[in-house]
Design a protein around this ligand. Structure first.
Ligand SMILES: Nc1ncnc2c1ncn2[C@@H]1O[C@H](COP(=O)(O)OP(=O)(O)OP(=O)(O)O)[C@@H](O)[C@H]1O
Ligand SMILES: C[C@H](N)[C@H](N)CCCCCC(=O)O
Ligand SMILES: [Mg+2]
Length: 215
């Protein structure tokens, strides 16, 4: 299966921002793209009482997806907390296996699957596992999004090490300029064994493909 699991050094590092741009890059390379955000917390309550995952919406837009938001993000919760706590508060029991099932569309030959977790690699994602466990279950190569802020080298290397210990391939890393400030990641290329892409801080409203990204 062609595709990637998108993780990050933390929550709020640009996983969705970058995943949407990777989707555009894949479309440019002739793929159609399926996206999944299997579980999302911090969803907003709509006027009609339904919940909206902003991540799912941005992934849908980035992939020009014709799948509906419920297919893209089947488990949505309002509190902006760890998914395992959101599940507990809602009195629900959801497993990694169930999340994996929701990520298994039948893919065509020129289709790619992008799955975004929640939080970072060892953030809980279900009642019985972490982001890591879903990526392992899906057997997808991993893309690591690194927020370019002080401390990012430690967070990036810890996460890269954990990804490799899981047996999965770290396909690439993306140093994401979440703030238009200086580069705190200098030297990372010497210590992390995968291609590193860089995304500048941008306010472009349209979704520009991630420069030079290769499948
Ligand atoms: N390179 C960038 N330039 C400008 N804004 C950015 C950039 N990267 C991320 N952002 C903004 O920072 C915020 C956090 O990004 P995003 O939602 O992609 O993080 P995330 O890692 O997906 O968070 P979560 O863990 O909640 O899923 C968003 O408002 C996003 O638009
Ligand atoms: C609400 C937030 N934006 C994310 N969707 C969830 C982040 C969970 C982090 C859990 C943790 O590692 O402490
Ligand atoms: Mg996100």
């Amino acid at each position: 299966m062609t595709g990637f699991f998108i993780t990050g050094t933390d929550t709020d590092v640009g996983k969705t921002f970058i995943a949407a741009r990777i989707a555009r890059s894949l479309i440019q390379q002739g793929f159609s793209v399926r996206v999944r955000k299997p579980i999302a917390s911090g969803c907003t309550r709509q006027a009609d009482g339904s919940l909206l995952s902003d991540d799912a919406l941005r992934l849908q837009q980035g992939a020009n997806s014709n799948e509906n938001l419920q297919e893209i993000c089947p488990y949505q919760f309002e509190p902006a907390i760890s998914p395992h706590l959101a599940l507990q508060q809602a009195g629900k029991w959801v497993t990694i296996e169930q999340l994996a099932q929701s990520c298994h569309p039948t893919l065509g030959t020129r289709e790619a699957l992008l799955v975004e977790g929640a939080g970072g690699w060892l953030s809980p994602l279900a009642n019985d596992g972490f982001n890591r466990d879903l990526a392992v279950q899906l057997r997808l190569p991993v893309i690591l999004v690194i927020a370019n802020r002080l401390g990012c080298i430690n967070h990036a290397l810890l996460t890269a090490q954990a990804i490799q210990q899981s047996g999965l391939t770290l396909h690439c890393a993306v140093v994401n300029q979440v703030h238009d400030k200086q580069d705190f990641s200098s030297g990372l290329e010497d210590w992390i064994e995968c291609p590193i892409y860089r995304q500048e801080h941008t306010t472009d409203s349209e979704i520009i493909p991630l420069a030079d990204f290769k499948l």
